[in-house]
Ligand binder design. Sequence first.
Ligand SMILES: [Fe+2]
Ligand SMILES: [Fe+2]
Length: 455
Amino acid sequence: MLKLPMPENITRNSENKIQNPISGLDKMVRFADMNPSLISTEEINEFITKAKQESSQFREKFENSLENKLYKNDPELNQWFENPENNQLISKFTKDAIILVEKMSASGLPGHDRRHVACDVISDLNCLQEESITDFNQAAMIGALYHDVGRWSEIKLWGQQLGGVLGVDHPKISFMFIKEIFKKYPDVPQKLQDQVLYSILVHQEGGGQGNFFAEFVQRGDREQLVGSEGIARFFAFDCGLDDRSIKTKVNNERRLVLPLPGKPEDTDLMHHIEFYMRNLYPLTGNNGPQKAKELKIISGTFLYLSSTDEIRDQIFYPEIYRDQNNGSLPEGLKFKTPISEEIWQQIKKGPSEDIRQHIEEIKKNNSNYSLISRIISSKGFSVVSRELENIEKNINEFKDNTPESDRLKDGLAYEVVMMLNQENNYRQTLNKIKETYPQDSIPSQMASLASRIIL
Ligand SMILES: [Fe+2]
Ligand SMILES: [Fe+2]
């Protein structure tokens, strides 16, 4: 098991600086696990500079090899993976990884909390199953599990989580971490280590450059940005933590242009949900495109149901324009990538009769606030009273019995139904994994982790 140093074991000098600098993994863990006031600014800067240098050297070397990029079939590595002794080693490695991630993610804020880990793991377990992966490529799950270790250090390093496009350095911090961890497992083949490290380093980027490990980790990370999980996550993160407005402001610019997530202009929750629906990077795997379509329909239906007619015109301007102009699109669209005709038709059609009935039942005994708190209190979210207070303040801007408030309630009740469906899907995936893969295998251990967090 990895040994995590406790703060009281560390000696400090009269200026409260660490007296005996710790090296390697212990130092990394300390960054993530301790109060930043105990770490000097120079120490942090030195570490970040080193992380940038080492990761860019690694990346350049890795990407220069075509074999690395297209890596998926490797009989030699498969043989290594099937050997019972090595299998035990990987199983032990996975156990340790899970312990570390469970410990570190417990301090994660909404958006990058334990639920993020569980959803990530479940998406990738689904992908494993769809692609019938039983060889060494299962080890891509390690990258999925570890990819945000750097995120959990952000709070300690900078005093806050850097959301959206601003948090670009955390993959490099994760990279440094995992490199140190691999040093404790020198028998794991270097080429397997490199694949995992690469997938972690590029997890925030658009395409995996044809590399299976990278595309696999990216799928797990981004599937949860769209669909019911994405909506719940943005309520917790955007409104709860960052104080973005639930009420969408009338703004003609938003018909054509969406702000990048995390930028100061990114002030409205609904446009944030819209951004990810419109700009989701492709999901890898044979079922990836179908999955993406289903998720976009859920996000789109939520936005459509939640909005007044005026705001619908603002959010869905490219599609409404397309309907009225024989399929042509308005000029000047930026990050407002039009959704496909098929998805748009589904959104306008709305939920099925069954779902509509369920929505009406849920609406009877709930206020908008109680629906939101139900959504963001799902298991594994790190929501505390601060988030709920922010949301309550925000929801008070809506006057009862107005079209604005009534439409929002339709959307929220729809989201509750979708979250219930989702939970059933999660349960089915996890049960299937436990039936398919041996008990101590990487997938089974990860399925147990996800069950613990989310069910
Ligand atoms: Fe990340
Ligand atoms: Fe992530």
